[in-house]
Design a protein around this ligand. Structure first.
Ligand SMILES: *[C@@H]1O[C@H](CO)[C@@H](O)[C@H](O)[C@H]1NC(C)=O
Length: 260
């Protein structure tokens, strides 16, 4: 059988068209598969609970404290009293413990340091004339001398209902103004000071506006009377509970990275 050149050309053309259309359908199939993969990936990315949310990738204490409170816990101990204040801190979800109780351990700087050093982030809770005041020190104490700063430190005082937090007034305000074994509590140089030494170890001083803000009530002190020291009736330091062998942030020198 003999083929004419024309019929041969037609046959080649038909074959070429078939190959081209096969190729194009396979392209479409590939594109569809790719689209499905992308859809699956973006679905996975947008809804997966396994992937960290962007806000989880930054440390809570790389920024100033929030004024928001968090729900409390049942109970009347110092740990339960301070719990609402710890939103957006490294202690937010951690079990808490009283590491220093001045009545039990002594109203002295040495007793204070022997109990709080190397315990990491801590809350100071003081009762003055029936009202609670205090401060959060994310850096803790270590009796290493010098000061320990944190942008996330804050002071707080009890209002008729709830709490008022006072943020650091400038970056690097001191969470611990004097980290010395024979010095008591110093938030800033003068914002909340309980020296725990001398004739009046329960003496409390507070001056706001320089290291810590004066707050919405524009207070010059957290104490009942401006320009006058007060006397503490109770004093506690509350720290986190850590598992055996678990690293306690800032238990010694403070983190170079400045996250905590
Ligand atoms: C806050 O109080 C200080 C005095 O302690 C005063 O000089 C200042 O004007 C007050 N600021 C406001 C906004 O009321």
């Amino acid at each position: 059988m003999k083929h004419s050149p024309v019929s041969l050309l037609v046959a080649i053309l038909i074959a070429a068209t078939a190959v081209a259309s096969f190729k194009s359908t396979s392209h479409i199939a590939t594109a569809r598969r790719t689209r499905q993969t992308i859809t699956r990936l973006s679905f996975f990315g947008s809804s997966s609970k396994n992937l960290p949310k962007p806000e989880d990738r930054t440390y809570p204490e790389a920024k100033q404290a929030t004024y928001d409170l968090q729900p409390g816990e049942f109970g009347f101990g110092p740990e339960q009293i301070v719990r609402p204040l710890l939103k957006q801190t490294q202690l937010e979800k951690r079990k808490l413990q009283v590491v220093y109780d001045a009545k039990k351990h002594g109203w002295s700087a040495q007793a204070f340091h022997s109990r709080v050093d190397a315990k990491g982030a801590s809350v100071v809770l003081v009762k003055v004339k029936g009202r609670w005041i205090g401060g959060y020190n994310p850096r803790g104490w270590a009796s290493l001398g010098g000061s320990r700063s944190s942008v996330a430190a804050f002071l707080f005082y009890q209002k008729l209902i709830g709490w008022q937090k006072l943020r650091v007034a400038r970056t690097g305000s001191m969470a611990c103004g004097r980290d010395e074994f024979d010095a008591g509590i110093y938030f800033g140089a003068d914002s909340l000071v309980i020296p725990l030494i001398g004739q009046r170890p329960k003496s409390v001083a507070s001056r706001l506006g320089f290291y810590y803000e004066s707050g919405p009530e524009n207070k010059s002190t957290m104490l009942p009377r401006a320009g006058e020291d007060a006397t503490a009736s109770e004093l506690y330091v509350i720290s986190g509970v850590y598992a055996k062998g678990e690293e306690i942030p800032n238990s010694g020198g403070i983190s170079e990275l400045g996250f905590y």
